[in-house]
Ligand binder design. Structure first.
Ligand SMILES: *Cc1c(COP(=O)(O)O)cnc(C)c1O
Length: 389
């Protein structure tokens, strides 16, 4: 790994040190408390009047959660950030902060399936219309945007890894006065900084790479003080999907190694993607850098990609033969995972985005973990051999 790499240097400086921790601790304490007491009546009044800012109740403000928010805001280059109990809490609270009945959202296709379901169920019931566009087709986006309230992006997407020119799409949104938001879970701020490309808000499932150890479910939103403040004012306290102090502490711990982990996931996954591309049983590899050039705005690639088997490979035999790659959803942790599309296509939860957007039943998604490229490649090769009819 090249530690002189500017991406690695910049991010590593941000995650290495906190400004001030209680007791001069190198790691911030977990402030595991529901409420904070006031030493005097006067202090309480001044707090309620907004003359001083200090924690009152953990659903509103907690020092450990704040430390995580500040680190993430710095990594994304945002003025402010807001932590949530899950990525879906970040998505639902953000979207609900900017739409009302009768409004329209434009979304790129292939977004995270539960975001797709939120739009197709709760938002539909609220009479909020969601129109899906191909994010690679700038003309289609330009036609869809006028009159919309929100432009919801995800790039690269987390099954077919469709990567969009988000700088160009954000400029279109700005031109039509539409607030833009992107799910940046796949690339993380190490490889993509949407705010610097002109996107208004960036959100994450922190359960993935930010946490990085598959031991926390959390979400986060970052952007300008004004826009994040609008989410903080209503949706955050009243919907109540707040981040817990312990989970915030786990996220801070995970983010210390985010830059080096991302570099390791990138190197291993890209090598495996290229070898799969040349494998006789593989029809197509969906990885944003498979053509050896990175899409605009992306400075690197993560460990999640998919590929499509040729006919004649038994996907269930392949999955059962794998040793390192465990069958499991989610991704972004230390461990390698596999998800077959033919299983996802049987999911009862509706609407099902895999069906709606025509994902091939012969496609398989891999998360390449940190076990080492050659061990993982050996695992894949022998499992493919075992699965050949
Ligand atoms: C997992 C995921 C989410 C949802 O996050 P949770 O933390 O599970 O609520 C959102 N977007 C993407 C791309 C995801 O992979």
């Amino acid at each position: 790994m090249n530690f002189e790499d500017p991406i690695l240097q910049h991010a590593s400086r941000i995650v290495a040190h906190d400004e001030t921790n209680a007791f001069d601790a190198v790691v911030p304490p977990i402030v595991q408390t529901s409420l904070f007491t006031f030493s005097t009546y006067e202090e309480m009044v001044a707090t309620y009047r907004g003359e001083i800012s200090r924690p009152v109740y953990t659903r509103g403000l907690n020092p450990t959660v704040r430390a995580f928010e500040e680190m993430l805001a710095k990594l994304e280059g945002g003025e402010d950030a807001l932590g949530f109990a899950s990525g879906m809490a970040a998505i639902s609270s953000t979207v609900l902060s900017f739409v009302k009945p009768g409004d329209r959202i434009v979304a790129v296709r292939h977004i995270y399936p539960d975001a797709f379901r939120l739009f197709g169920t709760l938002l539909a019931r609220m009479n909020v219309d969601v129109v899906y566009v191909d994010g690679c087709d700038e003309d289609a986006v330009r036609k869809a945007l006028p009159g919309a309230k929100l432009f919801y992006m995800e790039s690269p997407t987390s099954w077919v890894m469709e990567a969009h020119d988000i700088g160009a799409l954000a400029a279109l949104a700005r031109q039509y006065g539409v607030i833009s938001v992107i799910d940046n879970s796949w690339a993380t701020p190490i490889f993509q900084k949407p705010l610097s490309l002109g996107v208004d808000l960036v959100l994450h499932s922190a359960s993935k790479y930010l946490g990085g150890h598959s031991d926390v479910v959390a979400g986060v939103l970052a952007g300008s003080k004004d826009l994040v403040g609008r989410v903080r004012a209503e949706a955050y306290p009243y919907l109540g999907g707040k981040l817990s102090p312990f989970d915030a502490w786990l996220l801070l711990r995970g983010m210390r190694t985010l830059p080096v982990r991302m570099k390791a996931h990138e190197a291993s996954a890209f090598e495996i993607a290229k070898r799969l591309q040349n494998h006789v049983q593989v029809e197509q590899v969906c990885h944003p850098a498979i053509c050896d050039t990175l899409p605009a705005g992306l400075a690197g690639t993560s460990g999640l990609f998919s590929f499509i088997f040729k006919e004649g490979v038994d996907v269930s035999a392949f999955c059962n033969a794998l040793q390192y790659f465990k069958l499991g959803v989610s991704w972004g942790g230390h461990e390698s995972l596999v998800v077959p599309a033919e299983v996802v296509l049987q999911q009862k939860a509706q609407p099902n985005s895999a069906q709606t957007f025509g994902i091939s039943p012969r496609s398989v998604r891999l998360h390449v973990g940190l076990e080492g490229t050659e061990a993982l490649w050996g695992d894949l090769e022998s499992a493919i051999r075992a699965a050949k009819n």
